[in-house]
Ligand binder design. Sequence first.
Ligand code: GLY
Length: 350
Amino acid sequence: MKTICVDASRSYQVHIGQQLIPQAGTYIQKIHPVCKAAIISDSNVYPLFGKNLESSLLESGFSVISFVFTAGESSKNGKTYLEILNFLAENEITRSDLLIALGGGVVGDITGFAAATFLRGVSYVQIPTTLLAMVDSSVGGKTAIDLPAGKNLAGAFYQPSLVLCDLSTLDQLPQEVFSDGCAEVIKYGVLYDAALFAHLADNGLEFDRESVIARCVELKRNVVKEDEFDTGARQMLNLGHTIGHGIEKQSDFMISHGKAVAIGMAVVSKAAGAYGLCDSSIYLRICKVLDLFKLPKTTNYSAEALYISALSDKKRSGGTVNLIVPLEIGRCAIQKTSTNDVKSFIKAGL
Ligand code: GLY
């Protein structure tokens, strides 16, 4: 097992190892007094791991209640959020109790937002069960729900008290969902770590899961420590995301987040090469790794359509959009781009 300590407005540990769900009660007891624990999960994940988690908590003396909602991004909305709050209120959850998010990014984000706002703040634990949630959304305290106008438009920065990444859960993931998370893992290599990128290029889907996930969490921890509230360095984590969110939106969320980010990274690195910001070989090296992980690199959406979506993205401020561009593998930069120039930039990457 590997442990990474996150030092933000709340300090906490991220444990990465096998079979952590059956030991969850023991780990949670170390950081929180025994109390009522409300597990929030979805209809895909709860049937796989919910009972194991409940047993472990009960064995450690916690009392347990569980709320399960329909799996999918379409549940990450105000309706489900209010249902969770009402469930917590009806079950008399107090500030000394605990919420536990058991699932992927949707579960983690909505549970975190419920924890941030119920009674003005209740502690919560993240138990991510997808690769994407392990390396990204469960760490760093971004919590949110979607609004009809866009993804993650209502949310809060609210750090968890503990993160348990049980690697055994990844064995249950459909290949496609696993490969989706790989896009975020590749992103960390392009952003910060040429050695990580080389390991992924050499091993493809057979990469060393424990070490790679721990390295990604460590890299994210470093960024969150520097810029918890996303006003500077943390924006680097949006590599591929401005265009990626555009692709997700254009496809009515039929194209998954990981695939959209993969395309976004390809588009932005091709454009960066065309604008002379980096060597054009960077685009080819990124494409080779995306191929290895069976991730897409191109889209049929026009520069115009992606431009419109990019402008509605949260990364916009005033008349500029902060695009993240690779300079070399392992080093990227924030490119403040005037909204007038974004369309031509995207076009150069298609
Ligand atoms: N998912 C990007 C971030 O946590 O900032």
